[in-house]
Design a binder for this molecule. Structure first.
Ligand SMILES: Nc1ncnc2c1ncn2[C@@H]1O[C@H](COP(=O)(O)OP(=O)(O)OP(=O)(O)O)[C@@H](O)[C@H]1O
Length: 251
């Protein structure tokens, strides 16, 4: 297999267990600059654990995780803070602050992380971010007044406020109807084009995987058993992969 050029995320021999539960058993993955890689896997296979290790929220038991040229495990305090500004994490729950307006939610990462900005600069950044996700009209609303899809978009806009080099999306379409899901998939692709961001997208939504992934990485039994373009991975006759692809409705 050809190696991706200029990897911004480079993971090798990564292992993580919780007691007797061996979740990640030897993960290898290189993600190139500007690439969207989708991590697919059934519930409980360790997708969120992997993302948490990439941002330094969990420590691996073995292996190396090099992100933007830095060994994540060795980052401390201020280095870790700076690193996390470059790596945006879009949570499954959107993670908006319910007591803050949309404007305040978007201002928050800037006020917390960037010094010496004028109110005018902050206002412009908020307006631009809302425009990016097509929700300018919600600026003075509260999160509870928005739909699930709108909250997801605002969550993504908030992550984009710090112009991260890497975006990590945890189940971006979970709980959304198919049409709203397509809008979120389009937004993920726009973020790639406009911000030249490198992204990892965790999902079990095959439509999301197909439309946003330059490559998909199939997590099976703690390893990436197949990594490649969507069609290539799902052309594999392996029963576990076909089972994932051909899941049936149960009535
Ligand atoms: N801090 C922790 N302590 C103990 N076990 C954990 C911890 N974090 C995760 N696990 C376990 O690791 C396994 C993988 O969890 P993870 O959340 O990564 O799954 P997932 O693939 O993201 O699932 P889903 O698609 O349902 O979100 C689960 O069995 C979970 O219970």
């Amino acid at each position: 297999m050809t190696q991706p050029t200029d990897p911004v995320i480079s993971i090798h021999g990564l292992k993580k267990s919780f007691g007797d539960l061996h979740v990640l058993r030897g993960i290898d993955l290189d993600v190139s600059r500007g690439e969207n890689v989708v991590v697919l896997g059934r519930s409980g296979t360790g997708k969120s654990v992997l993302i948490k290790i990439i941002v330094g929220l969990l420590k691996p038991d073995a292996g190396s995780v090099i992100v933007l040229g830095q060994d994540v495990e060795k980052l401390r305090d201020q280095e870790l803070d700076l690193f996390r500004q470059k790596v945006g994490f879009s949570f499954q729950s959107s993670a908006l602050y319910d007591s803050m307006s949309i404007r305040e939610n978007l201002e928050f990462p800037l006020i917390r992380n960037v010094r010496d900005l004028t109110q005018g600069e902050i206002d412009r950044a908020v307006e631009e971010a809302l425009d990016d996700v097509g929700l300018s009209q919600t600026i003075n609303q509260m999160p509870s007044e928005l739909s699930g899809g709108q909250r997801k978009r605002i969550g993504i806009a908030r992550t984009l406020m710090l112009k991260p080099e890497i975006m990590l999306y945890d189940e971006p379409t979970a709980g959304l109807d198919p049409i709203t899901s397509i809008e979120i998939n389009n937004l993920i692709n726009e973020v790639k084009e406009r911000f030249k961001a490198t992204s990892i997208i965790i999902t079990h939504d095959l439509t999301c995987a197909k439309s946003t992934g330059d490559r998909v990485a199939m997590l099976l039994d703690g390893r990436f058993e197949r990594v490649g373009p969507f069609e290539e991975v799902f052309a594999d006759p392996d029963e576990r992969i076909q089972q994932f692809y051909n899941y049936k409705f149960v009535d």
